[in-house]
Design a protein around this ligand. Structure first.
Ligand code: PFF
Length: 450
């Protein structure tokens, strides 16, 4: 708590806040998760749905969460209760999300370290071989070791308290990631036959639209923008009263979406060139790890670009995993009044208990299924398609129907700022988002049980 209080006033101004929130938001969600969803859900149509949902739904939810945080100046567990005493439960459900995400986030972070090490060690060519990724994640020992390394680095940074240092470094590295991404995108455009792939990526094909596209896009917005899990409430609580929140929300959203869009541009058209539409449909969580090494392999200087790329992805993943772990640790400290060290140890134990099955589910334990899914897919489904929609739905009901949107609008405009899209905000929170979320919850359960 003391630590929270200390941090609570630590953002120097609007830009400091935007960069910190963007550091949490930009991570594996943009680089790993977004591209493979685009591939699975029909290319351009997914991007169109995602952008519309980000500008309406994502905007409304992010505005609400940041304003709730700044208004109450409390961590999520206490913040929702402070808004309305019947909604104390919401903080607890939101706090559950980072606990489910962190273990499998570290598993994928481990895959990134493996690729980074392969490239740094000069063996990047091998990573381009078909089957390289499959046999790596299918083995037992190696992915577990890399998972442990990623978790250890995250814990180490949290324990010795150098998050600030890492954030400073990543302020350099994130723009560099964008530059490298642009270079890779330009190269991909020059691949023979790239035109058709780019068309697939950019032009929406309405016939590929289904309600599952909307479910997937909204789940991705939660994950990518760190919404419906208390993170933005926490960041809001550290924000100064003078900061213009509307402007900050726009900046965070734009930055996060641009990075995701570029990540998709690097891999989706390239896979289209390599394996056609069938390849895209079959691609899954391994898309980034299978396609990019093949791009690097064909590219002049590809090994250097590949090395740099995976180092940057590692840093993007690390800034996010730090923010996920910090959220868990501070919830434990707030709720159970425990020391930082004790909270860290409990978090590590949970991470191991859930992370080991998430990793082995791709290999030795692949015959064990939860609702027909391997462990990693199940944790991803549980957080993105079940718990986060419930948190978002309750947040909308709380603000739209129990306390009124005025509470949020007043917080946003407290320094006389103009709130853009105010009408849209009210309609979204009161009507559109709750209805959409109920339909999403029904659809995602039907798709599993139906
Ligand atoms: N938004 C991050 C990403 O896109 O990778 C993931 C994330 C960060 C999830 C922080 C959860 C969290 F608490």
């Amino acid at each position: 708590m003391e630590n929270n209080e200390k941090k609570r006033s630590s953002f120097s101004g609007g830009i400091g806040f935007v960069l910190a929130a963007a550091g949490s938001a930009v991570g594996l969600g943009n680089l790993w998760r977004f591209p493979y969803l685009v591939a699975q859900y029909g290319g351009g149509i997914f991007i169109l749905v995602y952008i519309i949902a980000a500008l309406t739904f994502g905007f409304a939810l992010m505005t609400t969460e940041i304003a709730v945080g700044r208004k109450t100046k409390k961590s999520p567990i206490l913040a929702y209760k402070a808004i309305h005493k019947k909604f104390g439960f919401l903080g607890y459900i939101a706090a559950l999300v980072p606990i489910i995400i962190l273990p499998y986030y570290c598993v994928i972070g481990g895959w990134v370290i493996k690729y980074m090490a392969t490239y740094v060690g000069g063996a990047g060519r091998a990573a381009a071989d078909t089957g390289y990724f499959g046999s790596f994640i299918g083995s037992s020992g190696s992915p577990l070791i890399f998972f442990a390394i990623f978790l250890a680095v995250t814990v180490f940074i949290i324990l010795i308290g150098v998050e600030k240092g890492i954030e400073k470094i990543s302020k350099f590295l994130m723009p560099l990631l964008l530059v490298i991404s642009v270079i890779i995108c330009i190269y991909v455009c020059t691949l023979p036959g790239a035109g058709a792939g780019i068309k697939y990526y950019l032009l929406p094909d309405v016939s590929k639209f289904s309600f599952m596209t909307v479910c997937a896009a909204v789940g991705q917005i939660f994950f990518s923008m760190s919404l419906a899990m208390g993170i933005m409430v926490t960041y809001g609580s550290y924000t100064k009263k003078e900061t213009n929140l509307t402007k900050s929300v726009n900046q965070i959203e734009i930055f996060d979406t641009v990075v995701a869009f570029m990540a998709g541009f690097m891999v989706v058209p390239a896979l289209y060139v390599f394996s056609g539409e069938a390849g895209l449909q079959q691609s899954g969580a391994g898309l980034m790890f299978e396609t990019l090494p093949r791009v690097f392999d064909q590219m002049g200087g590809g090994m250097i670009i590949g090395t740099l790329f995976f180092v940057l992805v590692f840093f993007a993943a690390l800034t996010s995993s730090i923010s996920i772990m910090e959220a868990i640790v501070s919830s434990f400290m707030d709720k159970f009044k425990m020391t930082r060290l004790k909270a860290c140890i409990i978090t590590i134990v949970i991470c191991i208990l859930l992370g080991v099955p998430a990793s082995l589910g791709n290999g030795a334990w692949s015959n064990i299924k939860l609702l027909g899914m391997d462990f990693l897919t199940f944790f991803d489904y549980l957080s993105n398609s079940v718990i986060m929609p419930i948190v978002a739905l309750c947040t909308c009901l709380l603000i739209g129907w129990f306390v009124g949107c005025k509470v949020i609008i007043k917080e946003i405009t407290r320094n006389g700022e103009r709130m853009h899209r105010k009408k849209l905000y009210i309609v979204m929170i009161k009507f559109v988002a709750p209805i959409l979320l109920v339909i999403i919850l029904i659809t995602s359960s039907l798709s599993q049980f139906g």
